[in-house]
Design a protein around this ligand. Structure first.
Ligand code: C5P
Length: 219
């Protein structure tokens, strides 16, 4: 098993971009688990499943042919032959992904895929980021980090990423998604043994350095 760095945090905390850069600098693999839930939401919509109906979501799993690379350099997400790397970032996907992710059968199915990806990465280590990595997916990881930032800063970062919606819409969506998601897993407070990195007053590079500092201490 490679050296696992588990990173959790709320929407807009910068976990994906920070984790990917940390992985790149350390020569580690990178796994964005939120992208898998997003890819399933994309697939469910594409085949006309009802995302409000758990049974309909569960049945969409049987045709969910999903592939995600663990190389931070060539990061791409595919469903079947379709490259959905960009499409899964659409606000329409963000709006429904929590409904898909709250279904226990979905979580069990994806967690198995995550563990398989972790075990087979060709790199010496892997940074895995999401909401339940430190607590459910890899609770025994040698490094477990909760990446946080104040809500105002997270909303500002998320709205800067989006092209279409106004800051208000982005902020409202982020709040709603965190509320829905935290009913399923707690990623707002650090579990025992998890190190909190608060990026509110840090820029991108300082946050990357802070995370690498935590990893170095454990290695
Ligand atoms: O990290 P990101 O915002 O892309 O995650 C998209 C969605 O996937 C979250 O809002 C949440 O519903 C779900 N998710 C999850 N567990 C994870 C990662 C993401 O439920 N480990």
């Amino acid at each position: 098993m490679p050296f696992v760095v588990a990173v959790d945090g709320p929407a807009g905390s910068g976990k994906s971009s920070i984790s990917k850069e940390v992985a790149r600098r350390l020569g580690f693999g990178f796994l964005d688990t939120g992208a898998a839930y997003r890819a399933l939401a994309w697939h469910a919509l594409a085949i006309g499943a009802d995302t409000d109906d758990a049974a309909s979501v569960i049945s969409s799993l049987s045709s969910f042919d999903y592939r995600i690379g663990t190389d931070p350099a060539g990061y791409a997400v595919h469903v079947g032959e379709v490259d959905v790397t960009e499409a899964i970032r659409d606000p329409a996907i963000s709006a429904v992904v929590s409904r898909v992710a709250r279904v226990p059968e979905v979580r069990a199915h994806l967690i198995e895929l995550f563990r398989a990806s972790m075990a087979t990465t060709p790199k010496p280590g892997i940074v895995v980021e999401g909401r339940d990595i430190t607590t459910v997916v890899a609770p025994d990881a040698p490094v477990r980090i909760l990446l946080t930032a104040s809500e105002a800063v997270r909303i500002a970062r998320r709205s800067a990423e989006l092209v279409g919606p106004s800051a208000d819409t982005a902020g409202e969506q982020l709040r709603r998604r965190d509320q829905a998601d935290s009913k399923v897993v707690d990623f707002m407070t650090a579990a025992e043994g998890v190190t909190t990195v608060d990026s509110t007053d840090l820029d991108f590079d300082q946050t990357v350095e802070a995370v690498i500092g935590v990893i170095r201490t454990a290695q």
